[in-house]
Design a protein around this ligand. Sequence first.
Ligand code: SF4
Length: 424
Amino acid sequence: MDQTIATHAVTTSATAPAPPTKPPAIPGPPSGLRAGHPGGHPGAIPGAGSVRPTGYVFGRAPMMLYWEMTRSCGLVCRHCRAEANAERHPDELTTAEGEALLDRVLGFGDPMPHVVFTGGDPLRRPDLPDLVRAARARGIGASLAPAATPELTRDALLRLKEAGVQNISLSLDGSNAVRHDGFRGVEGTFDLTVKAAGWAQEAGLPVQLNTLVTNETLDDLPAIFDLCPSLGIMRWSLFFLISVGRGTDLQEISPAESEKLMAWLLEIGKTAPFQVKTTEATHYRRIAIRTMHDRGMTDEEIAQTSIGRGFGIRDGNGIMFINFDGDIYPSGFLPVAAGNVRRDDIVDVYRNSPLFRSLRDVASFKGRCGRCEYNALCGGSRARAFTWTGDPLETDPLCPYVPPAADDVAAAAIAAAATAARAG
Ligand code: SF4
C-alpha cells in the first residue's frame, strides 16, 4: 500500500479519546485537522444528509442471516471469533431444528434474508447439503463459508453447488504460505485456499475473499491485493479485527492507519476487477461519500455504487447471527443474545427486541457516533464499540472522525446566510 496517500480530514486526539479501559490503547489520529473540510468548514458535509436513509432501514428484515452450524473446525486460526476446536458441540442445532429455523426465515416475507452457512467449518456437518437444499427449496438464497481443510475438495464444492450454494467465501490473511499458514495454524492452508478458489471458479461459484486487517497483516495487504486477480474473485472483503475469541491476542490497527488504508482501498477499488469492501469498518462509507462528492458525483450516483448499496448495514441492522446453540446475536462479533431460536421467534426478536431496535435507532447511539451526520449511513462498528466499552451503542473507537458540534453548525449557517446577504 502507498503509505503516502493522503488521509481525509480528521481532528485532534484531544477530542477523540482512546477507549477507556481495554489495552492496547488505540493511538489518536494525526492532529491539526478539523472535522469537516480542511480549512475548518464546520458545517454539514455536502450530501451526507441528502443520501441519508430515514427510519429503520432494515427494520423489517435482515439482508443477511448467518448461521453458525457448528464450532467444529480443523484449523486453529489465531483470530477465530468462535474459538473453534475439533469436536462438534452437543448443543448444536439438529437437522430438524435447522429446518425449523429456515421455516422461520420465511416469516420475514419478501425479500427474504440470504442465509450464510458458516462455522467453525460447516463442512463438518454431514447434513450440510440437505440443509442447503432445504433453504433453496424454500426460496432462500444460500452462501457457504467453509474452512480450508482437507474436507474442502473439488468434489465437495461441486456437490454443494448442485445442492444450491450460490457463492462461497474463502479467507486469505497472507500473500504467501509462511504468512497465511502462520495465521491459520496449519501448514498447507495457503495452497489449499488458492486451489479452492480455482475449484470454485470451475464450479461457477463466485468467491468472496476475506482478509483480516490487524497490525500484523497491514503491510502485506498490497501483496494480497496483487494476488487477487489470479484467484478470480468477485469481491475482496477486508475484515477489521474485533478482539473477540482468540482475536484478543492480536492488535487492531490505529485510527490513523485505518484512514490511510481506507483511502487506499477507495483508490484501488476504482479499477480493481472485483468489488472491494470492508467489514466491521463502516466508516469506510464516510470516506467514500467525501471522496465521491469531491469527484463531483451526485447523491443518486453514489447511492448506485456498491458502497452506496451497503449504506446503513451493520450489526443488527441488516445482519443477524444464529450461534451454534441457537442464541440470536446482532452479529458473530457482537455476542449479546437477544433470544434463542429454540424458544423465540427470529422475526419477533429481530424486529422487536430492545437490543436490535436500539442498534437500528441512530438516535440511541452515544458519543461521536451519536452526533455524527453520517451515523445513518455508517453508524460505526457496534461490535467494536461493545468490545472496547461494554456498550454496543458507544463510539466506534477505530474511527477518528469528530463531528462538528451543534453550535459550530449553527454558527456556520449564520455565517453563510450573512455572506449570502452581503453578496445579494
Ligand atoms: S463517528 Fe461513528 S458514525 Fe461517524 S463516521 Fe465515525 S464511525 Fe461512522
